[in-house]
Design a protein. Structure first.
Length: 330
């Protein structure tokens, strides 16, 4: 730098100093030859880090310029720190990292949330709106790619989608909600697909798909296993499994556990029977539920366990009482 020039610099210190963003500094140097202590420059701190920044990289300059523009405004500074985190952050961590006093930070946080700049995740953390926008863009691109590779699938499941991107569930949920609100994607059963997407099945696959759907529909609660379907339809297990996956994607078949699936109409019928049992008395046993369905424990137990997970029933030993979802209907 020449005299009078201004630019971003990174000072590498030999020992830690108690510095905070916004503080001003002066650099002095003890020159040889008797010149003594000479002032060679000054400026303001934009932050501290143990990482060596990449010189002349545009993203580095953009990052520093954004800090420079917001350093004198507490609201903009808090927003900038949240933006830089790139992921959900607790209100306490945001306060500490932004260097705000607790009483001032409460009002700042309230204002940023009211403007929609900060969005709350399901776990109560804060995330910048731009981070959610970036997450939504990644999700949409992943769904588009999935459709190109799997034209016969109705959509991609949430867990599969998040796992493929290495994405945290709370951020993924916010991104999906944004895409759904903007009608860029839609639900296809339990899966997600581009708005207007229609899966295309070859004729022979469509025939097998319809046969398996009919088999589950007819069997009701005593649904056939993968091997039983494969034997009855004279089809390889892998091909049958592929069609079952399509049916579960579209929400026509519900997976109760790793081995058993039932048709969605059978599940709704089972819920009605559970409500009928609750109408007679506030609790029923697994055996009473089994007898009401007219099936063996092999089918009744996975079904009532599924109802527990869906908060339709609450388990207490061998007894079931109404869960949150059942109480809404009683």
């Amino acid at each position: 730098m020449r005299a009078g020039q201004t630019q971003m610099v990174q000072l590498r210190l030999t020992e830690p100093l108690p510095l905070v963003p916004g503080e001003r500094y002066v650099l002095r140097c003890n020159l040889p030859g008797g010149a003594g202590l000479v002032t060679i420059g000054g400026g303001r701190f934009l932050g501290t880090t143990n990482t060596r920044l990449r010189r002349q990289k545009q993203w580095t300059l953009d990052f520093l310029q954004a800090r420079r523009k917001s350093i004198d405004d507490p609201v903009l500074w808090c927003e900038q720190i949240a933006r830089e985190s790139g992921k959900p952050i607790s209100a306490q961590d945001l306060q500490v990292k932004s260097g705000q006093r607790a009483e001032e930070f409460v009002e700042i946080l309230k204002g940023l949330r009211a403007k929609g700049v900060l969005i709350e995740t399901s776990s109560g953390l804060m995330v910048h709106r731009e981070c959610v926008d970036a997450t939504a863009a990644k999700l949409y691109e992943a769904i588009e790619t999935f459709h190109k590779v799997n034209s016969q699938r109705a959509g991609i499941g949430k867990d599969e989608l998040f796992a493929g991107l290495g994405m945290a569930p709370d951020m993924g949920e916010l991104g999906l909600r944004q895409l759904l609100d903007k009608k860029r994607i839609e639900m296809a059963g339990t899966a997600f697909a581009k708005a207007g997407w229609s899966a295309r099945l070859p004729e022979n696959d469509q025939k097998l798909y319809d046969q398996i759907n009919a088999a589950f529909l007819t069997a009701r609660w005593a649904a056939p296993s993968l091997q039983e379907l494969s034997t009855a339809l004279h089809e390889p297990p892998l091909r049958v499994e592929k069609m079952i996956k399509l049916l579960t994607d579209r929400g026509l078949v519900i997976r109760l556990d790793s081995q058993l699936c039932i048709h969605k109409t059978a599940l709704e019928a089972a819920k009605k029977i559970a409500l009928q049992l609750f109408a007679k008395k506030p609790v029923f046993t697994t055996m009473e539920f089994r007898d009401a369905l007219g099936v063996s424990r092999k089918y009744a137990v996975p079904l009532v366990d599924y109802l527990d997970r869906a908060r339709f029933t609450v388990r207490n030993g061998n007894n079931r009482t109404p869960g949150v979802e059942a109480r809404k209907l009683l």
